[in-house]
Design a binder for this molecule. Structure first.
Ligand SMILES: *[C@@H]1O[C@H](CO)[C@@H](O)[C@H](O)[C@H]1NC(C)=O
Ligand SMILES: *[C@@H]1O[C@H](CO)[C@@H](O)[C@H](O)[C@H]1NC(C)=O
Ligand SMILES: *[C@@H]1O[C@H](CO)[C@@H](O)[C@H](O)[C@H]1NC(C)=O
Ligand SMILES: *[C@@H]1O[C@H](CO)[C@@H](O)[C@H](O)[C@H]1NC(C)=O
Ligand SMILES: *[C@@H]1O[C@H](CO)[C@@H](O)[C@H](O)[C@H]1NC(C)=O
Ligand SMILES: *[C@@H]1O[C@H](CO)[C@@H](O)[C@H](O)[C@H]1NC(C)=O
Ligand SMILES: *[C@@H]1O[C@H](CO)[C@@H](O)[C@H](O)[C@H]1NC(C)=O
Ligand SMILES: *[C@@H]1O[C@H](CO)[C@@H](O)[C@H](O)[C@H]1NC(C)=O
Ligand SMILES: *[C@@H]1O[C@H](CO)[C@@H](O)[C@H](O)[C@H]1NC(C)=O
Length: 313
């Protein structure tokens, strides 16, 4: 085909589209529980007063959100689900939809009609595509289990009440860019239709490393949100072990004190017994006195026994 002909055709189609549709298409975004602005830019009927026009908005199921009929608000045709949720801005012909819910996502049409004595003419139609977003809460790291030397850290991270559906959530440990996470779960509230996401991490302390800094990251289509970093330190020896060391120290001290007492006592006894029995090495109390005398007696008997021996011979 002749390129000029193709171009001509393209221009023709373009112009036709412009002529056929008086519809203007707009995309808009609103926060959950916030206000959506549904515009109705009034270009063609600039000189016509509102009192000569009918302006109304419909959702994609043709339910009426709001109607401004020849200069006054008209509530008869408004659907119950939109009653009390809208307000009309006369300055720029924008309808405000309050307390936006996820269910409100979709397309809306605004019509401007002129009411001649008979029938009505649509002067303009504006289509607005509404998307609803909700910011996820800042991801929060919590300990699922206390930090121990053997199991290391055991954490969970959660972020709540966001929209649209998040992509992923993961943990970053110290300076590494490796994404960790054992169990990512996404859930949706069946009333608000908002999403929540969580993940967990179980990670031992690497050999020779006594310190880990952990950050939890949530990724959505449009952004990354990080949690506050958390520091984890390899715990000291458990307190039971510490007590045990103290107990052992006390026992050893006691044993030494006991030994010392015995030695001192022995030396003292020795000194007292020295004049009577220089050869005696055992400490004797008053009670032991008899035993001492007995042995003395035995020794005294010794010569007698010995002297008896020759007699027997
Ligand atoms: C919705 O917004 C109102 C005020 O605009 C606030 O009081 C309420 O707590 C919000 N609800 C939620 C679920 O965010
Ligand atoms: C608006 O009305 C004025 C006179 O009332 C006229 O001169 C002007 O062309 C009109 N503009 C449009 C866009 O119809
Ligand atoms: C319409 O005007 C109001 C202020 O009068 C402003 O807050 C709002 O953003 C405007 N909306 C649009 C779609 O321009
Ligand atoms: C949502 O997050 C964006 C980007 O962080 C911020 O600019 C905006 O103010 C937040 N909106 C609300 C309603 O929290
Ligand atoms: C982490 O802690 C949770 C909750 O206490 C527990 O169910 C899970 O088994 C722990 N994971 C590991 C690997 O220890
Ligand atoms: C962690 O240890 C503290 C005491 O140090 C205790 O009160 C708490 O219950 C422990 N938590 C878990 C999840 O084991
Ligand atoms: C992490 O990075 C910081 C600065 O980039 C550096 O000072 C620090 O030593 C690093 N830590 C580890 C464990 O590599
Ligand atoms: C939400 O869904 C769960 C399971 O699908 C159901 O048990 C629960 O009753 C629902 N809650 C509401 C408020 O509908
Ligand atoms: C965590 O550790 C980093 C360095 O490793 C330090 O800069 C930061 O202050 C620590 N934060 C807390 C809360 O201890």
């Amino acid at each position: 085909m002749d390129p000029r002909c193709t171009m001509g055709l393209a221009i023709l189609i373009f112009v036709t589209v412009l002529l056929i549709s008086d519809a203007v298409s707009v995309e808009t975004q609103a926060y959950f529980n916030g206000t959506a602005y549904l515009p109705c830019p009034f270009t063609k009927a600039q000189n016509i007063s509102l009192s000569e026009l009918v302006v109304f908005w419909q959702d994609q199921q043709k339910l009426v959100l709001y109607e401004h009929y020849l200069g006054t608000e008209k509530l008869d045709s408004v659907n119950a689900k939109y009653l009390g949720r809208t307000s009309f801005d006369r300055d720029n012909w924008t309808l405000r939809l309050h307390n936006v819910q996820i269910k409100d996502m979709g397309s809306y049409d605004c019509f401007i009609q002129k009411k001649p004595p008979t029938g009505s003419i649509i002067l303009q139609q504006t289509l607005t595509e509404l998307s609803v977003i909700a910011n996820f809460s800042e991801p929060e790291i919590k300990l699922a289990q206390n930090v121990t030397r053997t199991s290391g850290i055991n954490l969970t991270c959660t972020s709540k009440q966001g929209h649209p559906k998040p992509k992923k959530m993961y943990f970053l440990i110290t300076n590494s860019t490796i994404e960790h996470g054992d169990n990512m779960q996404i859930s949706q509230d069946n009333v608000t239709e908002l999403f929540s996401i969580s993940n967990s991490l179980s990670h031992p302390f690497p050999d020779g490393v006594g310190h880990m800094t952990v950050v939890c990251v949530l990724e959505t289509e449009s952004m990354k949100i990080s949690s506050k970093p958390r520091n984890f330190t390899l715990p000291e020896l458990p307190s039971v072990g510490k007590n045990w060391i103290q107990i052992r120290a006390i026992i050893i001290t006691l044993v030494f004190v006991l030994l010392f007492t015995i030695i001192v006592a022995r030396i003292y006894c020795k000194k007292q017994n020295q004049p009577i029995r220089p050869s005696n090495t055992t400490c004797m109390s008053e009670q032991d006195g008899n035993a001492g005398r007995e042995s003395i007696n035995l020794e005294e008997l010794g010569p007698q026994v010995a002297s008896a021996k020759p007699n027997a011979e």
